[in-house]
Design a protein around this ligand. Structure first.
Ligand code: HEM
Ligand SMILES: [Fe+2]
Length: 332
């Protein structure tokens, strides 16, 4: 990343706020893995949990959210769809909101790891606030979608744009709704580490950062092969297969298992809802197998996407009307 960013940082003049925000989130995303080295196999569980969540939580609910927001602002501003001051202001506002909720929100993972009551309260209150920027993102998804009619050449960017709309949608559902569902101390008391966690984790992790990566992949493909047009059929199967597969995995398997575990946990306790005797019951075994349907739909989507990228890369025709660069500003 730095290889690409450094020359832009060093160039004279121009508004570099957005670039500085992007650079710091890129550096933080890398550095935060280092917290994983702060514990070893003999460290107390309380201390180990603390540092482990620096890696998981501050990454997904802190710096990567800032990276996602600023990287998208960058793309839209480079395309000339939003002005640079607008993009900078919007990114700064949502980055501050993410950080305000995200950093103290880390404690929502430490409710039951020997944390004192006041710290629990801080964790619960601030992580509940994290839902606010996610709702703002939902509104942004709608705005992004409307951008597609702004210029005729935007039609070529339909699929990357669809991926970015999916990012905002899953952020709202996966992180906002499913994250919030497991987040209050009273619910996490019963459902920590149950199948409701992968409900949230799959919807948020693939939904948000998976689609973000796919959207960027398509933009890069357009950059290296400006003359290539994505196949509408293949892209439809890819995009909707991935989305429908994710919905099916969650709604037909993970969520029902999570709800059954939750009921058992309320009735008898967490120990029972996670025990082998409970988890190996026929109904739960069957529900785990049901997941295969969603998985297959998802895999079809993933394979179609990969095929589309390979076909794009293999195609080396240069069209007469090919634009010299992929991200052509409309001059604003
Ligand atoms: C895009 C944003 C997010 C991503 C990618 C994400 C991803 C994840 C992942 C992968 C885990 C499981 C980690 C593990 O067990 O090692 C997790 C756990 C958790 N997440 Fe998120 N998350 C996001 C946002 C949120 C938000 C906004 C909230 C709260 C409002 C939240 C609340 C939680 C809680 C409480 C757990 C712990 C569950 C447990 O201990 O069983 N997450 N998240
Ligand atoms: Fe978290």
């Amino acid at each position: 990343m730095m290889r690409g960013i450094w020359p832009a940082l060093r160039s004279r003049g121009g508004d570099k706020n957005l670039l500085a925000l992007l650079t710091s989130s890129v550096v933080a995303i890398g550095l935060f893995y280092g917290a994983g080295l702060a514990y070893g196999e003999r460290t107390s569980l309380t201390v180990m949990e603390y540092w482990r969540w620096w890696v998981v939580h501050l990454w997904v609910e802190g710096f990567f959210e800032v990276f996602a927001t600023t990287a998208l602002a960058f793309v839209f501003c480079t395309l000339g769809l939003v002005s640079r001051p607008m993009a900078t202001a919007a990114s700064l506002a949502s980055a501050s909101l993410f950080m305000l909720g995200g950093i103290p929100g880390t404690f929502h993972h430490l409710y039951f790891a020997g944390t004192t009551t006041p710290v629990m309260a801080v964790g619960a209150a601030f992580s509940a606030l994290e839902v606010v920027p996610l709702i703002v993102l939902g509104h942004e998804a709608w705005d992004n979608w409307r951008l597609k009619d702004r210029a005729p050449w935007m039609a070529d960017l339909k699929w990357p744009l669809m991926c970015f709309v999916a990012v905002a949608f899953w952020n709202m559902l996966g992180a906002g709704v499913f994250g919030f569902m497991i987040n209050p101390p009273i619910s996490l008391y019963y459902i920590q580490g149950q199948n409701t966690t992968p409900v949230h984790a799959h919807a948020a992790l693939f939904g948000v950062y998976g689609f973000l990566a796919l959207g960027f992949t398509l933009l890069v493909l357009r950059y290296v092969r400006p003359a290539y047009r994505l196949s509408p059929g293949l892209m439809k199967i890819a995009f909707w297969g991935l989305n429908a597969g994710l919905v099916l995995m969650i709604s037909t398997s993970l969520l029902p298992i999570g709800i059954i575990q939750f009921l058992a946990s309320v009735e008898y306790g967490t120990w029972y809802s996670r025990s082998e005797a409970f988890m190996q019951q026929p109904i739960l075994q069957n529900l785990r197998w049901v997941r295969t349907f969603g998985d297959v739909v998802f895999i079809v989507g993933a394979v179609s996407f990969a095929l589309q990228v390979v076909l794009g890369l293999a195609n080396r025709t240069i069209a007469a009307d090919a634009q010299p660069v992929a991200l052509e500003p409309v001059g604003r």
